[in-house]
Write a protein that binds this ligand. Structure first.
Ligand SMILES: Cc1cc2nc3c(=O)[nH]c(=O)nc-3n(C[C@H](O)[C@H](O)[C@H](O)COP(=O)(O)O)c2cc1C
Length: 271
């Protein structure tokens, strides 16, 4: 727990910058990614364990076909030599949001190190993961990301791929935090502005934020697009962004997991 706190303290500013730079990249140069960057990322992945039921593993050399079969409506994820696997274990209510939170920290660290990424949910089969890293009996693969140098995404005619561009639009603050207004402190508004840029499966942006009793509550709403990927996972990703946003106003806090469509609440320390 202490180590994870130290990493958050030292990396928060780089991760915050990365929020506004990161975009999902799906086409990669087949040359290996910078070995130093991959080694640094692997080191942080090993040490950043704020929850005991979620972790990330960096795989410096992943098989070419790791993402085959996880195509969906996105287009293929191809060409990356390295990858990350996002793992969760046990049955605690917060497991999926913990996986989202931890994986996003590593996605932002990768971005800060100059490595391109793309969250890919589901579809990585256990035997394929087992060939890359040992898994605990209770551990499950929730997703993965390619890591490396990305190529421009174009159609066969050389035009930018429209579906990739439209997929990164975000819902307005008025939709995701409809009570946001004068009654909200600056830190809470800032927190939501950072959460707004969180990636989510199919860009469904299921998270909603409410300022209640001095803290921020994260909920999920909306239809279950891509129901095989848990909404809690998306919410966990947004939680990390929210916390980083609060920190830009000097507010540190703690998380409490909640049940059902209420995912978790963030309470400022010392409030
Ligand atoms: C949990 C999760 C699962 C995702 N699954 C896939 C996937 O299977 N294939 C893919 O190409 N992109 C996938 N994405 C990427 C999203 O489509 C992308 O984050 C979203 O459209 C927003 O765009 P941005 O990441 O460029 O900001 C996933 C993202 C998340 C958070």
């Amino acid at each position: 727990m202490h180590i994870a706190h130290d990493i958050l303290n030292t990396r928060a500013s780089a991760w915050t910058d990365a929020i506004f730079v990161r975009r999902s990249r799906r086409l990669f140069d087949e040359r290996p990614a910078d070995a130093d960057a991959v080694a640094k990322l692997a080191d942080i992945a090993e040490r950043f364990r704020p929850f005991d039921d979620a972790r990330t593993v960096v795989v410096p050399r992943s098989p070419e076909d790791l993402f085959t079969g996880v195509i969906g409506s996105y287009g293929r994820v191809a060409g990356a030599v390295s990858a990350m696997l996002f793992l969760g274990s046990g049955k605690a209510v917060g497991r999926d949001n913990h996986v989202g939170y931890v994986s996003e920290a590593l996605m932002l660290e990768a971005t800060a190190l100059g490595l391109s990424t793309c969250w890919v949910g589901g579809g990585i089969r256990r035997p394929v993961a087992l060939a890359l890293t040992p898994l605990g009996a209770e551990e499950r693969v929730f997703g993965a990301s390619p890591l490396g140098v990305s190529l421009p995404e174009t159609t066969v005619l050389g035009r930018p791929r429209r579906e990739v561009r439209t997929l990164d639009r975000r819902k307005p603050i008025a939709t995701i935090a409809h009570t946001a207004g004068d009654a909200w402190p600056d830190w809470a508004r800032r927190a939501v502005e950072h959460a707004q840029w969180a990636p989510s499966a199919m860009n469904r942006q299921p998270w909603r934020f409410a300022y209640e009793d001095g803290g921020l509550v994260v909920r999920v709403a909306g239809p279950e697009i891509a129901p095989h990927i848990s909404l809690r996972l998306d919410a966990g990703i947004a939680m990390l962004h929210l916390e980083l946003g609060a920190r830009t106003e000097g507010v540190l806090g703690t998380w409490t997991d909640l049940e059902g469509r209420d995912i978790a609440r963030f309470d400022p320390i010392g409030a």
